[in-house]
Ligand binder design. Structure first.
Ligand code: HGY
Ligand code: MN
Ligand code: MN
Length: 431
């Protein structure tokens, strides 16, 4: 694996680095210190103390750069740069929360790039002594990762009307703490309804290796893979691991293990169409050495660029359940908890970003996003542009996540250009 440390020598050696690029990288280093882990990553899951600290820092950053900061009731944090009073806003952002032992770039890069892009775009309109059609606002969506509180993309799901705010606020973590209590604890919650959004832009690390392998700087996201997520409960009966004869056992962990294998085999059998499958979370009750498990709860995550194929895989999984129930002598309950379809981002937005990248001399290609992003929600309510920069070795949800400083800067330059164009109404014809 490559060196985890940022390339400070490359930064020092660069003679053409503009002052605001230096500030961007310095701000990114500051941001990366919140919840920093010994392995070079971050651990700042939604509404933890580290998330609260970075939100307070980001609040100060926005205020110092002339934005008004407001929070909605599910903790989405908005920084409003109002330069055309009364007009709607171009919204740009991502999320600052991370996975447990996550990387520094996932989400955080997009929020910081958005803040710099919005500020630079406003400065540029000012320098041109021109008034844009739209204002610009930066957003740090609450709980995109969905690690502490499920589902993922929670803040943007509420904002776009896909998830009820009360349901989100009542969601509990493994300790039984509600989103409502956790948000009150970190004091980033309010009653703002959110801006009227004219267009949305987000930049993110690719989290795959296609851009790096092809030596391309910018990914222009033209569509999203579909995802299906399930909560599965395997119920057996608690008994003694030693004295209970094998024929009498109702071993929930054995049933869960058969399910883990069945989920993996879906992907192994899918040789013609890409299918990614995981059991990614498991809770075992009572999880004790001399006790056969009475209950196991699992989280199943299935993804594909072909929705019909994904549904067929989900059906195969459902069909495998009776056999597993019989073999392990357990019962299995499966509930679909979250998901999204294969869906396009507007072609006009891809085109706008491609022209802006050409103007900046940045290589680019179109691609689908495999991971979910807040833009996957936002594209359904506003014309949206989604950009990627390369992830070294495609490493993500891992402390070793890394994107080269040059790409960090290039992506921010492109986002600035895109935001500037969106502020003049460049996607007004979409929808
Ligand atoms: O892909 C996911 O589910 C996550 O929200 N990024
Ligand atoms: Mn992310
Ligand atoms: Mn993530």
């Amino acid at each position: 694996m490559r060196d985890l440390h940022t390339s400070s020598t490359a930064l020092a050696a660069s003679t053409s680095l503009a002052a605001d690029d230096t500030t961007l990288l310095e701000d990114f280093a500051t941001l990366s210190a919140f919840g920093a882990t010994p392995g070079g990553g971050v651990d700042r899951q939604a509404a933890t103390a580290a998330d609260g600290e970075q939100r307070a820092w980001f609040h100060r950053w926005l205020t110092a750069h002339g934005a008004e900061v407001r929070h909605d009731r599910v903790g989405n944090q908005f920084g409003l740069f109002t330069v055309a009073p009364g007009a709607p806003y171009v919204l740009t952002g991502s999320h600052l929360d991370s996975q447990p032992l996550g990387g520094r770039y996932d989400g955080a890069y997009g929020v910081l790039a958005s803040a710099h892009a919005a500020y630079r775009a406003v400065e540029r309109w000012g320098a041109q002594d021109a008034r844009p059609k739209y204002n610009v606002a930066v957003v740090n969506w609450f709980n995109e990762e969905g690690s502490r509180f499920k589902p993922s993309m929670m803040g943007s799901s509420v904002f776009t009307g896909k998830l009820d705010a009360e349901t989100a606020l009542a969601t509990t973590d493994r300790q039984g703490t509600t989103v409502r209590a956790a948000l009150n604890e970190i004091k980033t919650v309010g009653d703002y309804a959110g801006p009227d959004v004219a267009a949305y832009a987000e930049i993110h690390i690719e989290q795959g290796r296609e851009l790096e392998d092809q030596g391309i700087t910018i990914g222009l996201v033209d569509a999203t893979w579909a995802a299906r997520k399930y909560q599965v409960v395997v119920r057996g009966e608690q008994s003694h691991t030693g004295s209970t004869v094998m024929a009498d056992r109702h071993d929930a962990l054995f049933g869960a293990s058969l399910l883990v294998v069945a989920v993996r085999e879906l992907a192994e059998r899918s040789t013609d169409v890409p299918l990614h499958t995981s059991v990614s979370e498991m809770t075992i009750e009572p999880n004790s050495p001399v006790v056969v498990a009475r209950e196991v709860r699992l989280h199943v995550d299935l993804r594909s660029p072909d929705e019909a194929h994904l549904d067929a895989a989900a059906r195969q999984l459902a069909e495998s359940i009776p056999g597993i129930e019989e073999r392990a002598s357990v019962t299995i309950e499966r509930v679909r908890t979250h998901g999204w379809g294969v869906a396009p981002f507007p072609a006009a937005g891809v085109e706008l970003a491609a022209r802006a990248a050409d103007d900046l001399g940045l290589s680019h290609r179109t691609m689908m996003t495999i991971a979910g992003h807040d833009s996957v929600n936002m594209k359904d309510v506003a014309p949206s542009v989604m950009l990627f920069v390369p992830s070294v070795e495609g490493i993500s949800h891992n402390e070793g996540e890394f994107t080269d400083d040059r790409d960090v800067r290039a992506g921010t330059d492109l986002l600035t250009e895109v935001v500037h164009r969106l502020m003049s109404g460049a996607l007004d014809d979409v929808r």
